[in-house]
Design a protein around this ligand. Structure first.
Ligand SMILES: Nc1ncnc2c1ncn2[C@@H]1O[C@H](COP(=O)(O)OP(=O)(O)O)[C@@H](O)[C@H]1O
Ligand SMILES: [Mg+2]
Length: 244
């Protein structure tokens, strides 16, 4: 569904990704784990077209998307819920969600326009907190609620592939649990996901496969269950303890 081959990316003269390869098969959740500064967000930005790769190739649904602008990639079916809350603060929750579908609705989109009200309904079903706050201005939501809104907005694209960059960042523990529950539901709906998460144990719990990124290179990869029982991965990313 999404294949990344030998991806390289740089900010100015500073190379951050040194040729990484990842495969995200249809219907699976793949997680990308790594310390702060390893290059996880850079990977997500390069895949979604927010940052132009300096080398390598990205293939989405059989099409080479390397270097395409973000809106074209979105139209082919990839949605990116970026790190940090990126909502429109002076728009209502509902309008933020409608804006999320914009790329899909503009002329020239190759994907079906679908049923906007239906998609809004489904997004609000997944996030009951947002349903209750539909008419509230997004800027007045709590941090956790804004994070959920960013995720719900990405879903309004009705994506084939969803990139989630630290969806639980800054959330209270109960909301972290809710976010992982929602990721599980999206997986059950067949949405293909590439997930970056600081809670590596939880990410490996929901994922099928994982990659560990160290200084812009893939250090280890394997089925999620295998990574969870790998002593090196446990020591570096799972707090040294076995997890479930
Ligand atoms: N806009 C930017 N300009 C310059 N350097 C950046 C920028 N964004 C990230 N970096 C650098 O790229 C490296 C990888 O960052 P990032 O991809 O955000 O890591 P992660 O998401 O894994 O924490 C870091 O060294 C960071 O300082
Ligand atoms: Mg990051």
């Amino acid at each position: 569904m999404l294949e990344i081959h030998d991806l390289k990316a740089a900010y100015g003269q500073v190379q951050v990704l040194h040729g990484i390869s990842l495969n995200v098969p249809q219907g699976q959740v793949v997680t990308l784990i790594g310390s702060n500064g390893a290059g996880k967000t850079t990977t997500m930005r390069a895949v979604s077209g927010m940052l132009r790769p300096s080398g390598g190739r990205i293939v989405l649904r059989g099409r080479d998307i390397t270097g395409l602008p973000a809106h074209r990639i979105a139209k082919i079916g990839l949605a990116h819920s970026p790190e940090g809350r990126r909502v429109f603060p002076t728009q209502s929750v509902r309008d933020n969600l409608m804006l999320g579908a914009f790329t899909r609705l503009t002329l020239g989109g190759k994907r079906p326009r679908g049923d906007l009200q239906g998609d809004l309904g489904r997004a609000l079903d997944l996030f009951p907190r947002l349903r209750e706050r539909q008419n509230q201005l997004a800027g007045t939501l709590s941090g956790g609620e804004q994070q959920m809104l960013a995720m719900a907005r990405a879903l309004m694209l009705n994506p084939e592939v969803l990139l989630l960059d630290e969806p639980s960042m800054g959330l209270a523990p109960i909301l972290v649990e809710e976010v992982f529950h929602i990721i599980g539901r999206l997986k059950a709906q067949g949405i293909t996901m590439l997930l970056v998460e600081q809670f590596a144990a939880a990410a490996l719990g929901v994922a099928d496969y994982g990659y560990v990124l160290e200084n812009g290179r893939i250090a280890v990869h394997g089925p999620a269950a295998q990574l969870r029982s790998d002593p090196k991965v446990q020591a570096a990313y799972l707090g040294g303890a076995a997890s479930h």
